[in-house]
Design a protein around this ligand. Sequence first.
Ligand code: FAD
Length: 407
Amino acid sequence: MTRRIDILGAGLSGLSAATILAKEGYDVHVHEIRKDSGARFDGDFQGLENWTSDTDFFDEMRDWGLNPDQFKSNDFDIIDLVHPDDEITNPKTDGVAFRVVERGTDEHCIDQGFKRMAQDAGATIHYETRKSPDECDIIAAGPKDSSAIAFGEIFHTDHPNHVTFQLNDKLAPGAYSYLIIIDGIGLICTCLWRQQKKSARYLNETIAWYEEHYELNRIPIKRVGGKGDFSIPDKYIHDGRYYVGEAGGLQDFMWGFGMRYAITSGVMAAHSITGKEDYEKQIRRKLVPLVRVSAINRFLLNRVGNRGFKMIANYWMKDQERKGDGLKFMKWIYQPGIFRRSLWPIVKLGMLRRKRLLDGRMVSRMPFRKSLSRDNWEPSSRAHEIAQEWRLMQRRGGAVSFTESDA
Ligand SMILES: Cc1cc2nc3c(=O)[nH]c(=O)nc-3n(C[C@H](O)[C@H](O)[C@H](O)COP(=O)(O)OP(=O)(O)OC[C@H]3O[C@@H](n4cnc5c(N)ncnc54)[C@H](O)[C@@H]3O)c2cc1C
């Protein structure tokens, strides 16, 4: 008899597991609380990183039987890196540093590409359904709590395709902001790694900054965002259930690049069910070291402000000069030497809190950090105007898919 597999969540991790298992002949049912795959997002751009392994991620996907041509992606080999003092430099590489994909429910979005792969393989997806996790074999329901949030605005622009990554502790407390432009659509996003009241002011001020430095001719469309949950569980299989993607704490604590971990862990869970490999062992061998080093890096980042960010940006550019490849720095920061590894006990004690989740799992979780006195500043007059402009847009139907209260 065909074995039935139930998966909770039709996001990237759940659908990658579903595709592999359905191809192997399992009777796969995916249960999704929302109307469609990608509905958690609303047309925002995200970067699929290519630095945590020497193998190109799309080659890895093809080896697993997943088809990256099922969704639109744009390769990038160069970015603008904005230092905290507004100096702009250019990390670059000869290959693909990362790919920009769109999250959402439009046909070309990565979520829809994964949905097609799962359905073509024979999986059944039940949308707008509630299923108890106890009845599922794989838990792929994404983040639960908030350790950090991101707010962004999507707009029309006539600026060519482009990516900027800005390290700035004022505009993005404890983190970074970014600008992504693909085919006439732009996204300006700021990430808050410290919890704030009236978070929209950070986005308004960030937009003001980008407008001053780039010819955007911005016409706002909508505002988007989301939360990230950073916690490391004691076990990845609990009560016989496989926890994958962000539901399993497989996230990048440093920058939040969780998509690759989500897809990889979905594939690993499927391979474990088919008997090809052991999930707990593979996760600990391949992903846990990356998650741990990202947590160590986050611990260090939490201890510095703009002065530390400037040192990082300078070091990155010097490293590029020496090695002739800007991607080598990104690879290096995810491969800890003895010094960073030796910090792990301090990181566990100083940054993570033990918590028992409702399903009984024990995790070491990074709480949302409190704001600092330096996070309180007066918005600029341009930021006030942008806030006002957005209120007008909202009256005309501009949608907001994520607010502070969703965090
Ligand atoms: C604003 C923002 C920007 C980001 N940018 C990047 C980036 O640039 N690069 C990157 O790599 N990562 C980025 N990430 C992180 C990345 O989006 C996630 O790590 C990744 O989507 C996790 O995949 P997942 O399968 O675990 O969860 P998801 O892809 O979110 O899928 C989880 C699914 O489970 C569903 N679900 C939730 N609860 C239930 C339930 N009870 N029952 C049934 N279904 C349920 C959800 O609706 C959702 O469809 C970003 C995240 C945010 C919020």
